[in-house]
Structures are given as C-alpha cells and as structure tokens.
Design a binder for this molecule. Structure first.
Ligand SMILES: Nc1nc2c(ncn2[C@@H]2O[C@H](COP(=O)(O)OP(=O)(O)OP(=O)(O)O)[C@@H](O)[C@H]2O)c(=O)[nH]1
Length: 317
C-alpha cells in the first residue's frame, strides 16, 4: 500500500494542528458552529468564546448570554471547582486535562436545572482552547424517575409498596434509634374483606381499597410518616418519632375516617360499613432489637385485634 502523505487524523501537536488552515481560529469556530452536538468553545481560562446553535437550543438561551463569561459559573459543585482547577492548570501550562462524558447539572438560578452529560476536550491549536460537549439527560432522567416511581409505589392505591416501606422503615429505624427517639409502626387489615368482595364485586373491592388508602394517608400527621400497602387488604403506617400514645391517636383517627366512609354514592347502599383492625408496636427503650422485630410485634397485635372481634386497635405488649 502506498504511504499516505496526509497528516494523521489525530494530531496533538500545536504546530501541525489544522496545518492546512489559513486562520485556525476561524476554522475552529466554523467547525464548532457546524457541529450537530451541543458544543461550546472556551478559551484556556474557561471563558466562553462560541456557542453553537444546538447548544443554544439545549440551554434555552442565546449565545450572547454565555459569550465572554466563565463557563464554570453555570455548573454546581463539585464540577464547578473541578473545571476551575483544570483552567488554573492550563494557565500554568502544566498539562492538558480533559473530562470524559460525566453526568452533571447546568444551573440557571435555583429552579432552572438541566441534567447533562458533559465532556471537556482540550484542543492543542496555536491558540489553544477547550470544547465543551453537552448531551441532554432530562428525558433519560424523567424515564428513570418514572421507572423508580413505578417500582416503589402500589399501582392500585398509589401508596408506597411493601419494598419501599421496608426500606424506609430500616432507614428511619437506624436514624431514630441512634438518636434514642421512638419509632412506631401500625399494621392495618381490612375486616371481612372477602365478604365485601363477594357482595359487591372485585371492582368495587378495588375502589374500597383505594378509599381506605386515601383515608390512612390523610390521617398521617406529618410528612416523615409513611403509609404503604403491605399486600392484599393489609396496610402499614410508619410513624418515626411517635411514641405509643401518639401512635394510638393516629390509629384512632384512621379508624374513625374508615368507619365514616360513605359508599352510597358508589351505588353500594348507604348501610355498607367498612372497618379495619390495627396493631401498634413502639420502640422506645431498646426493647426491639431490629425494625423487623418491631413490625412482627405490630403484626401480632393486629392478629390479637382480629381475634378479639375486629374493628379495634391493639397495642403490642
Ligand atoms: N378487590 C380486591 N380484593 C383483594 C385484593 N387483594 C386482596 N383481596 C381480597 O381480600 C380478601 C382477604 O380475605 P381474607 O384473608 O379471608 O380476610 P378477610 O375476609 O378480610 O377477613 P379478616 O381479615 O379475617 O377480617 C380476599 O378475598 C382477597 O381476594 C385487591 O387488590 N382487590
């Protein structure tokens, strides 16, 4: 094969870079403008020299908003500091650093946050510069958030599912017991729900579970508390920081709200009454060694409530 006389495709020497260009600065800027990817050209201090159309579109602002200003000001920690360190080294001509595609956020004020994959390339031209390449991750983030939501919630009621409940219980258990603060759990089971399904049908049974879920959720006193569907017609409430008496008050409110549910509008007849049995366990002075033991105690208390006649609240011993 004949030996090629062309310069190699990848040239890192400033003297040979863009050998054929009359004015490399113009050529480089032209290349940046022509690029399909969102790209900004920076000088070695990090000051923005040029923003292409794709970057204007992605960032939602005109090039004039950025040109002449340091690029790193739109990044949050720790990326802002990392870029500042790179630009400081460039001034000292220590080395030519790059950043491989990395997830970070571009921020305009407190609210306008754009998740991106950012890469930084050093261009060793006579007038050296950097190119910033941005890839929009907002759609990807939305999809990940949606998958996370689907994986962590119960599709019928919208409450947290059992797995989420157990994860949060473990976290809150660690956090609250370390501070020697109480943690309470309530296990809640719908009474004679098989009969409800048999009388009114499964679809109305589903609607009933949705309404019960809403009442439990609305009875919780603060946003640290978590209501979950534990499975079937069984629900749980986690009350971090709540002692036995406070947990009992919450359970009373849940009972009242569920007893007061009115199914007449759903065409089921005004005499339909739904009740739940509840078991409460509270960790105060280290009597339960684990979060699992706390939940087991609440479950035992629940089954005692069932055995004692249902529609009642039982406290663990
Ligand atoms: N409609 C509907 N029913 C459900 C769902 N999950 C569980 N169930 C029903 O809940 C009923 C639970 O029945 P059981 O375990 O016998 O309990 P119960 O009839 O509530 O009686 P006690 O708990 O002893 O008061 C069953 O008929 C299940 O089919 C659901 O997602 N939708």
């Amino acid at each position: 094969m004949p030996h090629s006389t062309k310069p190699p495709a990848t040239v890192t020497n400033a003297d040979t870079f863009f050998l054929s260009a009359a004015n490399e600065e113009d050529l480089l800027r032209m290349v940046v403008r022509q690029m399909q990817e969102a790209t900004l050209q920076l000088d070695t201090d990090g000051t923005v020299l040029c923003v292409n159309t794709a970057a204007e579109g992605l960032l939602g602002k005109d090039a004039s908003h950025f040109v002449g200003r340091p690029w790193q000001q739109w990044l949050s920690s720790p990326w802002k500091e990392q870029l500042e360190a790179i630009f400081a080294q460039q001034n000292n001509k220590l080395n030519h650093q790059i950043i491989e595609p990395t997830e970070m956020t571009v921020t305009f004020g407190d609210r306008d946050i754009l998740p991106v994959n950012l890469s930084l390339s050093f261009i060793p031209a006579k007038t050296a510069c950097f190119l910033v390449n941005l890839q929009d991750l907002s759609r990807h983030k939305d999809e990940v958030n949606e998958l996370f939501r689907l994986a962590s919630t119960d599709s019928l009621t919208g409450l947290a599912n059992r797995r989420t409940f157990l994860d949060v219980l473990e976290q809150q258990w660690q956090s609250y017991t370390a501070k020697r603060r109480p943690v309470s759990a309530i296990m809640i089971d719908v009474d004679h729900f098989k009969t409800f399904n048999d009388c009114y049908g499964h679809i109305n049974g589903d609607k009933c579970l949705q309404r019960i879920a809403r009442e439990i959720s609305q009875a919780l006193p603060d946003k640290e508390c978590l209501a979950a569907r534990y499975g079937g017609e069984e629900f749980t409430a986690l009350l971090p920081g709540y002692n036995r008496q406070q947990a009992q008050s919450v359970a009373h409110l849940i009972r009242q709200r569920i007893n007061a549910l009115d199914f007449a509008a759903a065409g089921l007849g005004c005499d339909v009454r739904v009740s739940v049995s509840q078991g409460i366990a509270t960790e105060v002075n280290g009597q339960f060694r684990t979060a699992e033991a706390l939940l087991f105690a609440a479950d035992t208390a629940l089954y005692r409530a069932k055995a004692e006649g249902r529609d009642r609240i039982n406290l663990s011993c």
